[in-house]
Design a protein around this ligand. Structure first.
Ligand code: 5GP
Length: 212
């Protein structure tokens, strides 16, 4: 039987920290309407300027563990010694309502999301070089030298996972990378199942159904 189509697309955007993901996503949201970003839970301490409920839900390890045990997370992973997770209920609600959703998570989480939602669009954002990544992290001024070296080492192993994603954007020139990101979003919105769900009258009139 056909599963009910959902009009929304689920995007996972994965990048090593310092690849420029945050600025790209911010610009994407300014330029494209109708995209909502999932706010994750984390046990990491807030960085200066980060806000509860809009950057993350900051929780203790104890609270994270009890939510995880209660099955509240669609996916979760340990990154740089902290735990991160996506709310299952929020994603289910949004997908059910046909909204386009963006998840900024690590590659392990992305694989778990794809298991639950096989038509998830996976986008990997890579820096043009390891050196440029180190420079960006240093310029950002949010982490100590030791943490930066930890993140560079982690970035190298994350980059080895890029082959798991449908799309890889090399963020050398911001404008080009942004253009590519927008193109991926628009292309996903024109997929048959999404169009059929958005235009039920047209396809019902033709007597055609799912292509799966
Ligand atoms: P940061 O501490 O720099 O905000 O994030 C560190 C890493 O955790 C990034 O790679 C980010 O994508 C990842 N991350 C953030 N939220 C989630 C989440 O909900 N699930 C998973 N699996 N990773 C996340």
């Amino acid at each position: 039987m056909n599963s009910p189509p959902h009009a929304g697309s689920l995007f996972v955007i994965v990048a090593p920290s310092g690849a420029g993901k945050t600025s790209l996503v911010r610009a994407l949201l300014e330029r494209r309407r109708g995209l909502a970003v999932s706010v994750s839970f984390t046990t990491r301490a807030p960085r200066p300027g980060e806000r509860e409920g809009s950057d993350y839900f900051f929780v203790t390890r104890q609270e994270f563990e009890s939510r995880r045990a209660a099955g509240e997370f669609l996916e979760w992973a340990q990154v740089h010694g902290n735990s991160y997770a996506t709310s299952r209920r929020w994603i289910d609600e949004q997908v059910g309502a046909g909204h386009d959703i963006l998840l900024e998570i690590d590659w392990q989480g992305a694989m778990q999301v794809r298991e639950a939602f096989p038509d998830t669009v996976g986008i990997f954002i890579a820096p043009p070089s390891i050196e440029s990544l180190r420079e960006r992290l240093t310029r950002r001024g949010q982490d100590s030298a030791a943490v930066i070296e930890q993140r560079v080492a982690a970035a190298k192993s994350e980059l080895r996972e890029a082959g798991r994603f449908e799309h890889v954007i090399i963020n050398q020139e911001f404008a080009v990378a942004l253009h590519q990101l927008e193109a991926i979003v628009e292309a996903a919105r024109t997929r048959y199942e999404q169009q059929r769900a958005r235009n039920p009258a047209l396809f019902a009139a033709l007597g055609v159904g799912t292509n799966r």
